[in-house]
Write a protein that binds this ligand. Sequence first.
Ligand code: DLL
Length: 437
Amino acid sequence: MIRSPKTETMSRTDLESFQLEQLKKTVSYVFERVPFYKNALKKNGVVPEDIKTLKDLARLPFTSKLDFRDNYPLGLTCVPRDEIVRVHSSSGTTGKPVIAPYTQKDVDVWAELIARSLACAGMTREDVLQNAYGYGLFTGGLGLHYGAERLGATVVPASTGNTKRQLMLLQDLGTTAISCTPSYALIMHETAIEMGIDIKKTALRLGILGAEPWSENMRIDIENKLGITALGIYGLTEIVGPGVAVECPHKTGMHIWEDNFLVEIIDPATGIQLPYGQEGELVITTINKEAQPILRFRTKDLTSLNIETCGCGRTMVRMSRITGRSDDMIRVRGVSVFPSQIESVLLTVEGIEPQYMIVVDRQNAFSSDELEVWVEVSEGIFSDEMTKMSALQTTLQRELDSVLGIKARIKLVEPKKLARTEGKAKRVVDRSELPKT
Ligand code: DLL
């Protein structure tokens, strides 16, 4: 269902004139209120009055994660402390976390965007959403929660973890939709089998999955195992959290809510804008935020944009599945690969579970002569004779070589041997972090 038909199916001309007005307002607003932006704009030789068309977006300075760190915790904020009603934060595994403050209007707009996203994915007030994104500082839990309530659906605020209880609630409450990371959807499936539950026989029909990269083959695997339609939802802490973009059941990319976010694709090396259809780094400018609007945020996420109207009738641009983050790229003898490409190949081979780990030597700046991939084999195969195991190893090596052009050392491990994470999966590990065996 289209929740806001006037907005979601707006003509491009109307949308672009709306965006221009919002962009002008945003640039003046941050110029007046945030010294960081005033300096950055001045450095680029731009004053707010220079914004005359949407093309002028390219004249604005980029903002990066580093700028958030340098201005930690609230140096990029535009409003006094008493107007902030909530803060969220990124996990900050690599230094100070990003702080995301919201005014009352920001949390209202966010809830509406999530409600719109859930409706776009096919949810209605008849649905029971089990929200298994983490509640707390992470934007996934509360973000999905308030959006689903706004839609009028029933929310089960399960958060991550305690998978057995989740499965009990899922059955007893007649959960129809689940929101979680794709990897957690698989953990639920695995645990259900252990408990003798067939998820396919429950009322579950829809997964709203995101917060980590996943391949198309992973989607197929999840859909088959859980008997659901699995759709992607995208967002990031710096911008708002989830609700920047979402897939509709046509599965032709994630619709970006362009009345709130201006998007560009740039060449990550040069910063130059690329045309629709070409893959590069996604850059987002918020045009409807009060507490912390952001100009040209470099997401590091690699994707491409598709401007064609979708079969669902929505006119806003769509982003393709994220192939990886520019900082996740691994180079093997000069060939660049992303974990999701490796995942995609692994999942085409029979006898393999969608659980893997890529081992790199970080000292060597992610560049190595040989790649090592640890992958779980299915129950049954592991107990078989060695010949089958080595045949499987050879097949995996051959597939990775023929599809991606990389030579990989494959280590087959017992089912359920690799560590599971209930939030975002960790696919790439440094050799020094490996468990001692
Ligand atoms: O992961 C927000 C979120 C919560 C999105 C719940 C979707 C669902 P961060 O922790 O700041 O925020 O991480 C943002 O996660 O730059 C992407 O690299 C990745 N990511 C998010 N959604 C997707 C997706 C949340 N659908 C980072 N596909 C982003 C692939 C995704 N990667």
